[in-house]
Design a protein around this ligand. Structure first.
Ligand code: FAD
Length: 305
């Protein structure tokens, strides 16, 4: 099986999430070929073939041009899979490529099970396995789901791509950084986050009291924000903030990949969950199997003494 990894370049460098493409391809035992629309400095140190198209000519994103560059490499390499990260770049480009190739497209893959692709469904509560039938497949992977085990190494064989392209129908205007409102959790050294397991809004003071006792900030999972228990600026995860505190305390949080992606760079993770098998246990340094409603006030009281 051969995989074309479409790396993403932004602001002068390869996005770190691009390395997850390599980890995903390794999971499939696929032969890897990469495409970078960037500059020489952004070519990944990987001992294989890397197609390089000049970003100054094709832009950081330009739907028609980038699609044609991907198709050009598909033509040359005949990969079975074209893989992108599920970012705004990937989710815009993947269906364009899939439609052109008449290939099945699977979005937001979080795992591989018996050769099938595992994707979240029912708002992340369940997972299903998808096995597309077309010869070629276009896949986007959920950022954070495939962590590289070791840094890439090797000397790439760089093949320059230089196509003359007519201007397309869609113009890419640029990326706009969302205005920051509310709390900036990225600077917090201690975060105590509430999940659905906290039960109800009336229980939120238990989480806030622990955060206060530790001199930290309060964070949350998406269901907590959706339920209106906390404001959106406190959400941690792929659609919230990406944090890297010294201490992250996850209270009643299951450990969905969309949440983990936002907190996995924490130095030390304590999870409190009544389910000893909750997936958060895989990233936690300490898993306390307890009811948060009983455990949080007891811990806060100890800290206050
Ligand atoms: P649940 O998954 O319901 O887990 C609750 C946990 O609490 C369980 O493990 C349970 O055992 C435990 N529990 C229950 N009662 C107690 C108790 N009394 N004491 C102790 N433990 C208890 N989620 C995010 O967090 N951030 C995001 O940015 C994000 N973006 C998303 C984007 C997309 C496109 C999608 C589809 C989903 C996204 N999600 C995001 C949602 C994500 O998939 C999960 O649904 C969510 O993270 C689960 O939140 P949770 O852990 O609070 O709730």
């Amino acid at each position: 099986m051969k995989a074309l990894l479409v790396c993403e370049y932004r602001d002068g460098k390869l996005l770190e999430s691009s390395y997850e493409l390599f980890a995903f391809a390794d999971k499939l035992n696929a032969e890897k070929v990469a495409l970078v629309i960037g500059n020489e400095a952004s070519v990944p140190t990987f001992g294989g073939k890397v197609y390089l198209a000049d970003v100054s000519k094709y832009g950081e994103y330009n739907p028609d041009a980038h699609k044609k560059l991907v198709l050009e490499v598909v033509n040359k390499e005949n990969p079975d899979l074209v893989i992108l990260v599920h970012t705004s770049y990937g989710w815009d480009l993947a269906p364009r490529v899939a439609a052109a190739l008449k290939a099945a497209q699977v979005s937001e893959v979080v795992g591989v099970v018996d050769g099938g692709f595992e994707v979240s469904c029912l708002n992340g509560k369940m997972r299903r396995i998808v096995s597309p039938k077309t010869d070629k497949k276009v896949i986007t992977i959920q950022s954070g789901a495939f962590t590289p085990q070791s840094p890439l190494s090797g000397t790439p064989e760089v093949v320059k791509l230089d196509l003359t392209l007519e201007s397309g129908n869609v113009e890419f205007v640029g990326y706009e950084v969302a205005e920051k409102t509310g709390v900036d959790l990225t600077k917090a050294e201690i975060i105590v986050s509430a999940g659905r397991g906290v039960g109800k809004k009336d229980n939120m003071p238990l989480v806030e009291a622990l955060a206060k006792a530790l001199g930290g900030e309060v964070g949350a999972t998406r269901p907590v924000v959706d339920a209106g228990w906390l404001e959106q600026s406190r959400q941690v995860g792929i659609t919230g903030q990406t944090v890297s505190p010294k201490l992250y305390i996850a209270c009643g949080i299951s450990g969905a990949v969309q949440h983990i992606a936002g907190m996995k760079k924490s130095d030390f993770v304590v999870a409190i969950n009544k389910d000893k098998d909750a997936p958060i246990g895989e990233v936690a340094d300490v898993l306390v199997v307890a009811d948060v409603i009983q455990f949080l006030p007891a811990l806060t009281e100890k800290l206050q003494k």
